[in-house]
Ligand binder design. Structure first.
Ligand SMILES: Cc1cc2nc3c(=O)[nH]c(=O)nc-3n(C[C@H](O)[C@H](O)[C@H](O)COP(=O)(O)OP(=O)(O)OC[C@H]3O[C@@H](n4cnc5c(N)ncnc54)[C@H](O)[C@@H]3O)c2cc1C
Length: 544
């Protein structure tokens, strides 16, 4: 991509008219300081290409469990172990920074997210997540109905969302300004359909769409939704209002990095229905922090810090075959120091994404299981912009989440919002999902982009709403997420591949949000705690 001209880059990402305007504008030629930050693609690609390392004899150690991957799933497994009093484990994380796609950054002004930035307040049924948030001091007891109450300072401040359309900002995400009677009637019909699913219960009393997703009903009426796309579902109901379709498409892009046509209708409806407790009521309020879900990462990491080795990536995982006894060997590389380490463990929790198993687990390298090819991941570009001052505002005031109706990006979230800093310098996190049909093409396009290409896309896009953005941005850093998130395309969530991947392989247990088919904090947390419980149930104990 960096062989492309500036016009080609901008036209590909933002459309030709925007590209031509930027190339003609004298103001659109300047760039702030900045760089591309993590993740470590270099070592990842070496592992993919068959890197082999041999630890020296003194660098081998015995341990009960190795957790591979320090994202939310890995640290949730560690948290579960520690609560159960089990300490004979080590967590290895390839990167120097913990948290995977929920990691955050810091600046003298404010911390800011690099990926995940919120979670909806959990309902009482999500007992373990309620226990975690309670332990973190985020909850203030139960309300009259026995539902957890979130302390005010952790709920997203008003105004929460706004949308920019033809020169000005409007409140909310659904574009009401200029909506026709038919648009509003279709919105109402859509809400009624969602409410029908919110109220729906199967013969066992399960919700159609629950969080975690594993608690959802597997009734045929619900799972049939996974066989069609969200676009087909809307078509079948005659829901053709452009505003409504934009609104639903935005939801799919925001949570899944997919367009309406690419998203399973089950996943599309999950986004809207799983967060509503009772039909006709509002969605659960959002919990957020300046650094987004980095707050959750940092808490979980603080608990497991003494058992965590950052910058240590698994290179090979060798489960004993039945004839050779039990247990698993993990060979890992500290890539900064180029030193290899080995672990002889009774069990492994593999908390990195599934696509890596075929490069890391020896028996999978020899024969890759068929289910792995069904796991497809989307690509995202995230930029953090450090602004010395706020731009002039046109219309509804700056919100936490700021979305551009006419852009393929998702706009930006404001890190200072939750801190109540409504004037002066700020940090904005800009999100651009690559919704290409072919995820491999999207990935190679992203990895071919220079920092300047990425910065140009973000700045040019934001110029639609903020003419002076280039002069206000002092620094702009970029994160390129090649395998950002699992894609819940039709057939995947209720298909056989996902079920097959959930089963342990010899002494290796799997845990990652991708096992739900949905990329969410709650799903990563669920799989981390589930895998740790599987290991504990298998009778593993502290040594000595
Ligand atoms: C841009 C973006 C925005 C998002 N926004 C939200 C949001 O607002 N709310 C929300 O709920 N979710 C959001 N998500 C999804 C959310 O981040 C994930 O669902 C969740 O954090 C995933 O956690 P995980 O532990 O399952 O996986 P990951 O975050 O992928 O963690 C896996 C870890 O394994 C490590 N690893 C990989 N290979 C190795 C190896 N060989 N050895 C050791 N370690 C290895 C990786 O470095 C990584 O740290 C977002 C995701 C992205 C990309």
């Amino acid at each position: 991509m960096n062989k492309w001209t500036r016009r080609e880059v901008l036209a590909t990402f933002l459309g030709l008219p925007v590209a031509l305007a930027a190339c003609r504008s004298p103001e659109a030629q300047s760039f702030p300081a900045g760089e591309i930050v993590g993740p470590s693609d270099g070592i990842g690609h070496k592992i993919r290409d068959g890197l082999s390392v041999v630890p020296s004899a003194e660098n081998w150690e015995r341990v009960g469990v190795v957790i591979v991957g320090g994202g939310i799933a890995g640290f949730s497994a560690a948290w579960t172990f520690l609560r159960a009093g089990f300490e004979d484990f080590v967590l290895i994380e390839l990167e120097k920074t913990p948290g995977g796609t929920a990691q955050s950054g810091t600046s003298p002004l404010v911390s800011y997210p690099w990926g995940a930035h919120y979670l909806p307040a959990p309902m009482s049924e999500n007992e373990k997540l309620v226990a975690l948030l309670d332990e973190m001091g985020i909850l203030e007891g139960l309300d009259a109905e026995g539902e957890p109450q979130v302390a005010e300072q952790f709920l997203c401040r008003d105004p929460e969302e706004r949308v920019f359309y033809r020169g000005r900002w409007y409140e909310g995400l659904y574009l009401r300004a200029g909506a026709s009677a038919d648009d509003l009637a279709q919105l109402e019909k859509f809400n009624q359909e969602v409410n029908r699913w919110v109220a729906w219960r199967d013969a066992r009393g399960r919700r159609a769409f629950a969080i975690p997703a594993a608690k959802s009903s597997d009734d045929a009426e619900v799972t049939a939704l996974d066989r069609i796309s969200m676009a087909e579902w809307l078509d079948e109901r005659g829901l053709d209002s452009a505003r409504l379709r934009w609104f639903v498409d935005y939801g799919c892009r925001d949570d899944y990095g997919l367009r309406l046509e690419q998203t399973s209708a089950w996943a599309g409806l999950f986004y809207f229905a799983s967060r509503v407790r009772r039909a006709g009521t509002e969605s659960q309020p959002l919990i957020t922090w300046p650094e987004g879900n980095g707050r959750l990462v940092n808490y979980l990491y603080s608990k497991a810090k003494s058992r965590t080795r950052l910058g240590l990536g698994a290179v090979e995982i060798i489960p004993a075959s039945d004839e050779r006894g039990s247990g698993v060997e993990v060979v890992a590389l500290d890539h900064a120091e180029d030193r290899a380490f080995g672990f002889r463990a009774k069990r492994v929790i593999f908390a990195a994404p599934q696509f890596l198993t075929k490069y890391l687990i020896r028996s999978y390298k020899e024969q890759s299981p068929a289910h792995l090819s069904e796991f497809q991941y989307g690509t995202w570009m995230v930029a953090n912009l450090f602004l010395k001052e706020r731009p002039v505002n046109l219309g509804f005031p700056l919100a936490w989440d700021n979305v551009l109706y006419e852009s393929p990006s998702l706009g930006y979230v404001v890190a200072t919002h939750q801190r109540g800093l409504d004037r002066g310098p700020t940090v904005w996190t800009y999100y651009y999902p690559f919704c290409d049909q072919n995820p491999n093409e999207a990935r190679s396009r992203l990895l071919g982009m220079s920092w300047r290409d990425c910065a140009d896309v973000a700045l040019t896009d934001l110029t639609r709403a903020h003419k002076e953005i280039r002069s206000l941005t002092e620094r702009l850093d970029v994160m390129r997420w090649g395998h950002a998130m699992i894609r819940p395309r039709p057939g995947f969530i209720w298909g056989a591949a996902r079920r097959a991947a959930l089963k342990p392989h010899r002494a290796i247990h799997f845990a990652n949000t991708d096992l739900s088919g949905i990329p969410l904090f709650e799903e990563a947390f669920y799989h981390g705690t589930r895998a740790a419980e599987e290991v504990l149930r298998a009778g593993i104990r502290n040594e000595g």
